[in-house]
Design a protein around this ligand. Sequence first.
Ligand code: 13P
Ligand code: SF4
Length: 311
Amino acid sequence: MKKSSDNVKNEILKLKREKNAVVLAHYYQIPEIQEIADYIGDSLGLSQNAQSTNADLIVFCGVHFMAETAKILNPEKKVLIPDLSAGCSLADSCSPNKFKEFIKNYPGYMVISYINCTAEIKAMSDIICTSSNAIKIVGSLSKEQNIVFVPDKNLGGYINKLTGRNMVLWNGTCEVHDIIQVEQIIRMKKENPDAMLIAHPECQAVILELADYIGSTTGLLKYSINSKAKRFIVATETGILYQMRKSSPEKEFLVVPTDKNCSCNDCTYMKMNTLEKLLNCMRYESPEIKLSTTLIEKAKKPILRMLEISK
Ligand code: 13P
Ligand code: SF4
């Protein structure tokens, strides 16, 4: 028999106390998970929280690369994820074997990897970045330093444009952001001339050029709170709208539809986590993120370098 959602929530809260667990959730998680989380944030905020937590058990409600990052920062702790198959199209676009061959073509180049990649790619990188600190991370290297940026070509192109660099880009994209069509944006802007267009940097360059503000999920949320504007066209995954509407109930947030039949733009991977799966993973302490000590040691260095620069 299916438990009522209140029962499930109460059991999760009880297990959190009993096991001294912390529930970390990304903004793209379903509202019920965001409500029960101890911390909700973007990839940088989640990594910083994972680094500083005193909890014995880390329960990561997000996608695999995010939980993996938490494990790399806490090798001695158990890190759980409600659904182990919650992947990421960007991380999948860059296989370690192909990347190993790719970087052979660029001797002397430094590798900056967007955090949306596997632990194996992180282990081959010099520094990690997220969408909120990418400009700062790239700016921390001398102008003469050649760089390979992996795996998101849209974010990489945006950094190149802003910094005047010519980083070599891996040809990867996020299927949720790359699918957003500029024609839809133009139509929505015409129909809603008073609305601000706010976009995640994983969107295509043609969309970013039209945006009034570009930022990480935390950046987009903060902008929507602080802006005097009353209406926003939001070019990112729909999960963030829950916090936007909660923080600014008087404002209107419009989702960019990805096709005629849908008024949504969901990341199927992020939405794999449910309250029931969260409860089961806390109860049975499974599925757990497991990585070899060697891989953790190698992948940790570039993450710590990012966290140090981001302080
Ligand atoms: P943020 O770091 O901006 O939250 O982005 C994570 C992500 O997966 C975007 O698709
Ligand atoms: Fe990966 Fe895109 Fe989903 Fe973010 S929204 S987790 S980049 S597939």
